[in-house]
Design a protein around this ligand. Structure first.
Ligand SMILES: Cc1ncc(COP(=O)(O)O)c(C=O)c1O
Length: 373
């Protein structure tokens, strides 16, 4: 019996190998200059990333959760305001709302696209709502044009949770330029990943960007002057230097992710037991994750593991059913679409270096499992 090599869920070592020397040089330069906080690479990355997002301003921060918190905080919502988001996201989205002193109001996702449902958003709007966080789930943009239409004239600000979607676009515009403000994560496994925790806030609004910068830098407004009670959440120079090297290759990596997604789609097309989120015509996904829905998700995942294929789940417990958010008073049955997705979602291996042959093997293994040929 020939043992096939395993297929990992992501492979960061494979991503770094071809750019290793460039990364080493960038890191060496930071060590040589020894300006580890607010060094020149930070401003350089901020302006490059703002331009990449087709926006005006970028503020590097400590991580994606901080980016969300600082964005919410900088909006200056009234005390007691509610912030709408969906239960189908990583907990950080809801966590940031609670940590900034506001209350998450959850609305269900669209059962076909798995994204924030603009109709549910319309139903969720009320006088206490100050903002909505639209999550670009799995790297696919939320339906931003419809969301804008729903929010028009309401005074409700749209925050993009773009943690999974660097480079994705909706109706020809990049995420980061679609809402009032956007939060990005550069967690190592993201499409654009640092060598540790890192994040950024992107906005066309220069004043808002300045408030974010101030809040993340101890409220500093000049030498020895602190105007507001801030906190410490800054992008390290070292991370900025690494991100600059990787940003130059992001489009190429995202294009490869799209090619892999297309291959998965055609390979799984005639397997009725497996369904995929429907792609919105206006959305250009960067496929941070490739998730499928399946009634026998756990059994399939176990079978794939036995065949040496790693999988993930994003996310098997929706936000409203997490113990941490018990106080919000939701229970099972409140968001049937989100709950069905959580029960059935399975993420297949997805990273730019994943060879075509491995994608075929994953598809073949799934097809054989369900008796399709
Ligand atoms: C949708 C979403 N929002 C927020 C975050 C938080 O980012 P970080 O882990 O950098 O704090 C993540 C990633 O972890 C995420 O996937």
């Amino acid at each position: 019996v020939i043992e096939l090599p395993g297929i990992p869920f992501v492979d960061l070592a494979a991503h770094h190998a071809p750019i290793r020397e460039e990364l080493d040089r960038a890191i060496d330069a930071v060590i040589d200059a020894s300006q580890f906080v607010r060094g020149p690479a930070v401003a350089e990355f901020e302006s490059a990333f703002a331009a990449y997002c087709q926006s005006e301003n970028c503020v590097g921060v400590g991580n994606g959760t901080d980016a969300l918190e600082l964005a919410i905080d900088a909006l200056g919502l009234p005390r007691g305001a509610e912030v709408i988001t969906t239960p189908t996201t990583f907990v950080a989205t809801a966590e940031a709302i609670v940590r900034t002193g506001f209350r998450p109001r959850l609305v269900d996702v669209d059962p076909d696209t798995w994204q924030l449902d603009p109709r549910a958003l319309r139903g969720g709007l009320g006088s206490d709502v100050g903002a909505v966080i639209a999550v670009h789930l799995y790297g696919t943009p939320a339906p931003m044009v419809e969301i804008d239409r729903v929010l028009e004239g309401s005074g409700v600000a749209c925050i993009e949770d773009a943690a999974q979607a660097h480079g994705a676009a909706y109706a020809g515009r990049r995420v980061g330029s679609l809402g009032r403000v956007a939060a990005f994560s550069f967690y190592p496994g993201k499409n654009l990943g640092a060598f540790g925790d890192a994040g950024a806030v992107v906005t066309a609004d220069a004043e808002l960007a300045e408030r974010v910068r101030r809040l993340g830098d101890h409220g500093r407004a000049g030498r020895h002057r602190h105007e507001v009670v801030g906190r410490n959440s800054r992008l390290d120079t070292m991370q900025a230097a690494v991100l600059l090297v990787k940003l130059a290759r992001l489009d190429e990596a995202n294009a490869r992710r799209r090619a892999i997604a297309a291959r998965y789609r055609s390979g799984l097309d005639d397997v009725p037991e497996v369904d995929l989120p429907v792609e919105d015509q206006d959305a250009t996904s960067v496929h941070h994750l490739f998730a499928v829905g399946c009634d026998v998700r756990d059994a399939l995942s176990e079978h794939l593991r036995g065949e040496g294929i790693a999988t993930g789940m994003h996310y098997p417990v929706p936000v409203h059913l997490q113990p941490a958010f018990r106080d919000l008073g939701y229970s099972r049955g409140d968001f049937p679409h989100a709950e069905r997705i959580a029960d059935r979602t399975l993420s297949l291996p997805m990273y730019p270096e994943l060879p075509d042959g491995a994608v075929e093997r994953v598809c073949d293994t799934i097809r054989k499992y369900f008796g399709a040929h």
